[in-house]
Design a protein around this ligand. Structure first.
Ligand code: GLN
Length: 273
């Protein structure tokens, strides 16, 4: 196979690699600033080029996520800037966008809070999918500020967003609060894949003893900042959390759920009573 021959020319021993050939080609293309087809038709590589490629491959072999090395991750069909300090967007989280589409039409005017925005992938996608929406993007981490700003500029939606580090609990201004909060139970953090555990921010993952801490907090805060009849959209982690969430706070009624590709109810929609 042509790919195989070429990759051996790059000096990579696949039998030692814990990741696949496709990733090596992505890394090599990225290292040299070439498309994969340009890379494949290249006759030979200079020693500098080989060493550039190999240094990226080393990072990958040490377990660093591909998205951090390349600096981008796909979310809802768009490439978002990511790096250490922000959670890499997951495809399951795209169900939160589909959930918003169940509530609003593409020209609806609404004001939303993205609680724990990270890279900003959820908020920026909503801003792009809903032309008349306005975002508040909340996060406690400096890395999140950096990447949220980058992605707002990258997609040219900066003027419809505010990046904030705390909430003003005096005003009920939001039509929607959307969140993929940290929800992994603390004791399970140690069982996560090394790629996640050793590289992604614990702040974005650890949801306390049963993973419910931030849902409880956000429901509580929602009572002060969500408009009457406003909506909440949460990502959930497992069946037990889904069950608990549905009856967690009597001020909100569960209205709908969106299944992910594994048929798990990943996005839950609530409405304030
Ligand atoms: N879905 C993420 C994971 O499995 C967790 C995200 C979160 O805690 N919100 O790593």
């Amino acid at each position: 196979m042509q790919l195989g021959v070429r990759s051996e020319e790059l000096g990579v021993n696949f039998s030692d690699s814990s990741f696949n050939k496709q990733e090596i080609f992505w890394l090599a293309s990225y290292a040299l600033g070439l498309t994969t087809s340009q890379l494949m038709t290249r006759e030979n590589f200079s020693p500098e080029e080989i060493s550039k490629i190999n240094s990226l491959i080393k990072r990958r072999e040490n377990g660093e996520p591909l998205q951090y090395i390349m600096g981008v991750a796909d979310f809802y069909g768009r490439d978002f800037e990511v790096g250490p300090g922000v959670l890499i967007p997951r495809h399951d989280t795209e169900t939160l966008i589909d959930a918003a589409k169940k509530i609003f039409s593409h020209d609806s005017k609404f004001n939303f809070l993205d609680w724990g925005t990270g890279s900003g992938c959820i908020a920026v996608t909503l801003l792009l999918e809903f032309q008349n929406s306005f975002a508040h993007m909340l996060d406690a981490s400096p890395a999140a500020f950096n990447y949220a700003e980058k992605n707002l500029s990258r997609f040219d939606v900066r003027e419809r967003a505010k990046v904030i580090s705390s909430l003003n609990l005096d005003e009920r201004i939001f039509d929607l609060i959307i969140s993929n909060p940290p929800y992994i139970p603390s004791r399970e953090i140690q069982n996560l894949m090394p790629e996640v555990k050793d590289h992604e921010p614990e702040l974005a993952l650890d949801g306390g003893e049963d993973g419910m801490n931030f849902y409880i907090l956000i429901f509580q805060q929602a009572k002060s900042i969500l408009k009457e009849g406003g909506y909440l959209i949460f990502e959930a982690g497992d069946a037990e959390q889904v069950q608990k969430l549905k009856t967690l706070d009597k001020s909100f009624i569960f209205v709908n759920q969106i299944l992910d590709s594994g048929n798990f109810p990943r996005a839950l929609i609530f409405k304030s009573r």
